[in-house]
Ligand binder design. Structure first.
Ligand SMILES: C[S@@+](CC[C@H](N)C(=O)[O-])C[C@H]1O[C@@H](n2cnc3c(N)ncnc32)[C@H](O)[C@@H]1O
Length: 286
């Protein structure tokens, strides 16, 4: 994919010139803060925030509720957004919000770009191009935050074995992704940080998290997290894997058998599986 430039044409009917908002206060995120980009940064000014690939708009709505001073726009190509949202939140699904295309926001106009769980949506080059487009539209002093998950389930104690269904999950997606030109490997390849650096963002910081799969953790908070992670996958294993499995020639029966093995492993509290999540943010210099 070609690199995008400012000179590219804005499609008709797009938002075009965006209202300028007050510059965010200068600060360097501190490694001591528990939060990702700390909340007080966003609470101070009427900032303009864009959630790329917003899906059901969960993040955008939560952010808008928490920071009513901010104008939050969630963009997507798929019209699955709710209409009952806070007054400072807009969820827009339009063809020109395809994030593989030149961005339609005005240059230097967005205080904060956020993007989460876009794994499998873009090619490797697509990620690099997207960060460049976002950089062009980020207001000097503004931020980009990228939250992505690795597709692999692993364990620290060897309970996720090489031949397990949990181990097969990541391979299924990475190999399937190669067939459709989409990457699932941004976390392992360091694409978020490399892409932000190449685009020009500075003061880049990373945070790594482990998300347990299932109810195996003793710690109540991790157990709750694992229960939600389990629910997110176990309720529709076939839905997740069918397309990728088809691409690799699996039969419907093979998908059914795989789903049964995976569900059994995810329910087994002697198997201590988790997946890794990486959050990266960077600032556009003034
Ligand atoms: C896994 S969902 C994540 C939704 C949301 N970010 C979240 O964390 O809840 C991925 C979303 O990206 C959207 N998407 C995929 N490719 C896209 C593209 N090229 N441009 C814009 N949105 C895209 C999909 O329509 C889907 O809503």
């Amino acid at each position: 994919m070609e690199s995008k430039s400012e000179g590219k044409k804005t499609p008709a009917g797009s938002p075009g010139k965006e209202r300028a908002s007050q510059s965010p206060p200068k600060r360097t995120p501190s490694p001591q803060t528990d939060d990702l980009l700390p909340g007080h940064h966003w609470a101070q000014a009427p900032l303009k925030v864009v959630d790329i690939g917003t899906g059901t708009g969960l993040w955008a709505v939560d952010f808008g509720d928490k920071f009513p001073n901010c104008e939050v726009i969630g963009t997507d190509i798929s019209p699955i957004q709710p209409t009952w949202v806070p007054p400072n939140v807009k969820l827009w699904a339009r063809y020109y919000y395809d994030c593989t295309q030149p961005f339609t926001f005005a240059p230097d106009s967005i205080d904060f770009f956020h993007m989460r769980y876009m794994t499998g949506s873009l090619s490797v080059q697509g990620w690099y191009d997207l960060f460049k487009e976002a950089f062009r539209c980020t207001k000097p002093g503004g931020y980009f935050e990228s939250f992505e998950a690795a597709p692999f389930f692993t364990s620290d104690d060897g309970t996720v074995t090489e031949t397990s269904a949990l181990s097969q999950w990541g391979k299924l997606f990475v190999e399937g992704g190669k067939k459709i030109g989409a990457t699932f490997s941004m976390v392992v390849d360091g694409t978020q940080t490399k892409g932000m650096e190449e685009a020009g963002y500075v003061d880049i910081e990373e945070r790594d998290f482990k998300v347990p799969m299932g109810r195996w953790p003793k710690d109540p908070k991790l157990k709750e997290l694992g229960t939600f992670a389990y629910a997110a996958i176990a309720t529709d294993i076939e839905g997740y894997v069918l397309y990728m499995a088809n691409l690799q020639g699996w039969t419907k029966e093979e998908v059914g058998v795989y789903a049964a093995h995976l569900r059994r492993e995810m329910n087994n509290t002697d198997i201590h599986g988790f997946y890794k999540v990486k959050v990266v943010w960077g600032r556009k210099p003034e």
